[in-house]
Design a protein around this ligand. Structure first.
Ligand code: IPD
Ligand code: CA
Ligand code: CA
Length: 283
C-alpha cells in the first residue's frame, strides 16, 4: 500500500460513513430545535450569531468522530474564538495533522434563528491538508451532498455535475454579506455592484456551504465571498471539484484550506468572474 495514500477505512467504519452519519444526526437534531432557541448571542459583530444549538451540534459531531477516530484532529467553528485572525490561527495550529475534521455545525445561523429554511451542516475530512471527504447536509430539504476524492459527488444518490453556462450573462451567481464590516463586506458589495448588471441574477441566501453545494449540483453557476473560514468552504470545495467545477481564491490562485476569499464556479465562467472581481476591487 502507498504510505502517502489515506486509508479510508479504520476499525470497520469508513470516513465517509461517519461524516454522513454525523451530518444526518446533527441535522435532524438542529431541525427539531428550530423555533425553540433559548440562548442567542452575538460573536464577532452584531451580524455574527451563535445559539446553544450551534454549540450542541458541534459537541455531538465532535464526540461521534472521536468515538470512531480518536487520534484524528478536529477544527470546529464553535471551538475557536470569533473573528478572522483567530480562525486563521486555529487552522494554522492544526495544519500539521495527518487527519483533520473541519466542521461548521450550523452554516447559516442567521437564517436558522429567523426560521428561513436555508442552513446546513458542513463536515470535511482533510488528509495532510487535502480534503478527501466533504459532506453538506440541508435539513430543511433533507438533501445530503456527499463527495469522496476520486469517487465523484452525489446528492440523493445521483451523481452531480456543474452547470454548463459559459458566460456571466447567462449565469446565476451567489455571494454573501460577510460579518466583517470593515474589509470583507465593502469588498463583497463592490463585487455585487459590478456583477449585478452583468449576470442573469444574483442570490445571497445565507449559507456559504450550501451555496457551494448548489454550484456542485449545477443549480448555481458560481459563488464568491470574502473572508470565509475553512469550515465554511472545505466540504463544499470537494463537492465542486468532484462535480467538475473549479475553485480558487479571488485572485485565481489554487484553493487550499487557508484560502478565505473564495471563488467557486462551473469552471467555464471562472476566469471571467475573477476578472470582474479584480476590476471591481480596483475601482
Ligand atoms: C455564515 C454564512 C453566511 C456567510 C457568512 C458566514 P455562519 O456562516 O455562511 O452565508 O455570508 O460569511 O459567516 O456564521 O452562519 O456559520
Ligand atoms: Ca459558517
Ligand atoms: Ca456556523
Amino acid at each position: 500500500m502507498d504510505a502517502n495514500q489515506p486509508d479510508s477505512i479504520i476499525g470497520g467504519k469508513s470516513f465517509t460513513a461517519v461524516a454522513v452519519n454525523c451530518a444526518a444526526k446533527a441535522g435532524e437534531w438542529i431541525k427539531s430545535k428550530m423555533g425553540s432557541i433559548t440562548q442567542l448571542d452575538t460573536k464577532y459583530s452584531m451580524h455574527d450569531l451563535v445559539t446553544e444549538v450551534d454549540k450542541g451540534a458541534e459537541r455531538m459531531i465532535r464526540n461521534l468522530i472521536a468515538t470512531h477516530f480518536p487520534t484524528h484532529s478536529f477544527l470546529g467553528e464553535e471551538g475557536v474564538e470569533p473573528g478572522p485572525e483567530a480562525s486563521a490561527k486555529a487552522l494554522q495550529e492544526v495544519s500539521d495533522s495527518e487527519y483533520l475534521w473541519i466542521v461548521d455545525p450550523v452554516d447559516g445561523t442567521t437564517n436558522y434563528v429567523h426560521g428561513f429554511p436555508f442552513y446546513s451542516v458542513s463536515i470535511a475530512l482533510a488528509h495532510r491538508g487535502q480534503v478527501i471527504v466533504g459532506v453538506v447536509y440541508d435539513p430543511s430539504r433533507d438533501e445530503l451532498f456527499v463527495a469522496e476524492r476520486g469517487k465523484g459527488a452525489y446528492v440523493h444518490g445521483r451523481k452531480m455535475k456543474v452547470s454548463e453556462e459559459s458566460s456571466l450573462n447567462h449565469s446565476l451567481l451567489a455571494t454573501g454579506f460577510p460579518a466583517d464590516q470593515h474589509v470583507a463586506l465593502p469588498a463583497n458589495l463592490k463585487g455585487i455592484q459590478a456583477l449585478a448588471p452583468k449576470v442573469r441574477n444574483l442570490r445571497v441566501a445565507g449559507s456559504a456551504a450550501l451555496h457551494l453545494a448548489y454550484v456542485a449540483a449545477g443549480r448555481l453557476s458560481g459563488f464568491w465571498e470574502y473572508n470565509l473560514s475553512a469550515w465554511d468552504i472545505a466540504a463544499g470545495s470537494l463537492l465542486i471539484e468532484e462535480a467538475g467545477g473549479r475553485l480558487s481564491d479571488v485572485a485565481g490562485q489554487p484553493y487550499h484550506l487557508a484560502v478565505r476569499n473564495i471563488t467557486a464556479t462551473n469552471g467555464l465562467v471562472h476566469d471571467e468572474l475573477i476578472q470582474e472581481l479584480h476590476t471591481a476591487a480596483n475601482t
